[in-house]
Design a binder for this molecule. Structure first.
Ligand code: SIN
Ligand code: CO
Length: 386
């Protein structure tokens, strides 16, 4: 009899939301108003050093940007950036931003666990910025929720609820043309500032500073509609041709008969409604798609099923940090694909989705072929601990 894996222990961090429960946070702040929590993540400044971040900015697989402000003009460059470029930067007024640090750094991935009171379908990634005094990306707003965690150094955050969203014309990044500061926060290592979508903000480094942003995705309705329509193009079934055995003579052959339009519209609507159930699965597949910058590497020598089984039982397995495994009712969605697990696999796969790892004792033999396949695609790795 296989063991059921104990629920994921919440990180021992009562401080994260400043003593309020996640439920209260959602009710009073999430998507509503900013929240500053002093010393929310004590010690977080030791998670990543400026040198490590500079190295990630030079990673071919990383996504990095450099924002500079020179004589009042903003510039934006895309990485990778080698150490010479970074070492030759001035000692003020720039910001280096590296997206997807959770994919590059296991400690960055672990940090996201603290936020697992939010469904993974909403989570985007961990972005980390490094800036000398005066550095920042200018006043702007984002269309998503963000937890801004202060790593090393001190930063001044200015925020505003202004509705004037006009941008500086011609700037290479979105800078608010008329930012009206309403509130200012001085943050130190370990402090956390939650900002709801559309809340204008401007973070200026006061000393050399690193900020870790846990960002959320808010997929656009247009993208999901287009994805669904593309799926329907491949799957739609509308057999038969138009027929009108009841046709009567017309005096206006140029006129389209109403009966003709109605009859065709009825058939097309029937074809489109045919598999409405597929709509939610299409949305769920979309939500499970990895970030476009994610690459999975298949193991150089894929193990046999038997070898995989043995090693997985000994070490457990965990999802590659870029893998997105989600579930809804009886269906599961991984990296843009859907599957309906058997009853025997279900409990283990749900645990894998919720906890992102499985201890060896919790892996039933019935799940081995599927896990083996995911392992051979690079979606899964050995080891239940990061
Ligand atoms: C930063 O870390 O400098 C920018 C984060 C943000 O404003 O969204
Ligand atoms: Co922002």
């Amino acid at each position: 009899m296989k063991k059921t894996q104990a629920p994921l222990e919440l990180p021992p961090l009562k401080t994260l939301l400043g003593g309020i429960s996640p439920r209260t946070f959602f009710r009073d702040y999430w998507q509503k108003r900013p929240l500053l929590v002093k010393n929310a993540l004590p010690g977080v400044e030791n998670l990543l050093s400026p040198a490590q971040l500079r190295a990630y900015a030079d990673d071919e697989d990383g996504e990095s940007r450099l924002v500079q402000k020179k004589r009042g003009r903003w510039s934006l460059d895309y990485g990778p950036f080698d150490s010479d470029t970074l070492n030759n930067l001035p000692n003020k007024d720039w910001a280096l931003l590296v997206q997807g640090v959770n994919l590059l750094d296991p400690a960055g991935d672990r940090l996201l666990n603290h936020f697992n009171f939010v469904p993974y379908a909403r989570l985007d990634d961990l972005m980390v910025s490094l800036a000398p005094p005066g550095g920042g990306v200018g006043p702007h707003f984002d269309p998503y929720d963000v937890f801004l965690i202060q790593g090393i150094g001190n930063r001044r955050w200015e925020i505003s609820t202004q509705t004037d969203r006009s941008l500086v014309p011609g700037a290479p990044l979105r800078i608010l043309a008329d930012f009206q500061v309403e509130e200012t926060f001085l943050v130190e290592p370990g402090d956390l500032l939650y900002l709801p979508p559309q809340c204008a903000h401007n973070g200026v480094a006061l000393t050399e500073c690193m900020t870790l942003s846990v960002g959320f995705r808010s997929p656009s309705f247009e993208e999901m509609t287009v994805q669904y329509l593309n799926h329907r193009i491949d799957t739609v079934e509308a057999p038969g041709h138009y027929a009108d055995p009841d046709l009567t003579p017309t005096q206006h052959p140029g006129e389209i008969p109403s009966a003709m339009l109605e009859r065709i519209a009825k058939q097309v609507t029937r074809a489109l409604d045919g598999s409405k159930g597929g709509l939610k699965a299409s949305i769920a597949r979309y939500l499970s798609e990895p970030k476009p910058s994610t690459f999975f590497t298949a193991p150089a020598r894929p193990p046999t099923l038997a070898a995989f089984m043995q090693k997985a039982a000994r070490h457990g397995v965990r999802l590659h940090p870029g893998s997105r495994l989600l579930w809804h009712k009886k269906q599961m969605f991984i990296n843009g694909e859907s599957l309906t697990p058997t009853a025997a696999e279900r409990t283990a796969l749900i645990t894998l989705a919720d906890q992102r790892s499985l201890i060896g004792e919790a892996i039933p033999d019935t799940a081995i072929p599927r896990l083996h396949e995911w392992f051979c695609t690079g979606w899964l790795v050995y080891g239940s601990q990061k």
